[in-house]
Write a protein that binds this ligand. Sequence first.
Ligand SMILES: C[S@@+](CC[C@H](N)C(=O)[O-])C[C@H]1O[C@@H](n2cnc3c(N)ncnc32)[C@H](O)[C@@H]1O
Length: 237
Amino acid sequence: MRPIELTPRLLALARQVPEGARFADVGTDHARLPVWLLERGIIQNAIASDLREGPLEQARETARRHALTERLSFRLGDGLTPIRGEEADVCAIAGMGGETIAAILAACPWAATPGHTFLLQPMTSVEELRAWLWRNGFRITREELVGEGRTIYVVITVIPGAMVPLTPAEEWAGRQYRGMESPLRAEYLARLCGRMAGMVEGLRRSTRPEDLEKLPRLEEALAGLNELKEEWDRWQQ
Ligand SMILES: C[S@@+](CC[C@H](N)C(=O)[O-])C[C@H]1O[C@@H](n2cnc3c(N)ncnc32)[C@H](O)[C@@H]1O
């Protein structure tokens, strides 16, 4: 059996796992990520967990095909509940909605204790996840944008600890700083500005009170996003 290959999204996550980490993959599905890390000798053992038996069976099947069954511990359960804090120092939670990822961290009593790093890859509601993280004792230490097809994914590295609060625009786009290496950021910001402008336009046309209530915060975020984009473009000159 040839070693497993990863697409850019999962590869970006895999590259953030340090050698010798006690690694857990939450929502593992086919267990591609832990199998890639085990086959390259980056980690010696891993926990592969999933909420549902079907995906966990897929994970067992991948492990069988790659002769790694003995080095993976398969756990059935919601989020981090099947994992004890002392068993993992690096946990990936990838390929789920941002609200689900936030709910998984919120439900885990040891997630906010020192010594744990989380590699998060939300598929949706990234702004809700960032907002939840800084308000709930997690510090974003790194963000990476990854292109796969037409989609730009974000991989967020998080540790327990306080961070300087994000502005509404930073909740949408992540924090930027001069000298930051991010080849996809200009495109990411342009897409966010376009999407947000469409949302603001839609709300301005609406007569529903709940839409009008949302409008000022989104207008503030849009103004901030345009400033972030201008700042980023200036830095690239
Ligand atoms: C789209 S797959 C992502 C698989 C892999 N992590 C990736 O990024 O390619 C999402 C997986 O997360 C699992 N999942 C969803 N909610 C979960 C939860 N609360 N706890 C654990 N696993 C969950 C699903 O069963 C599914 O197998």
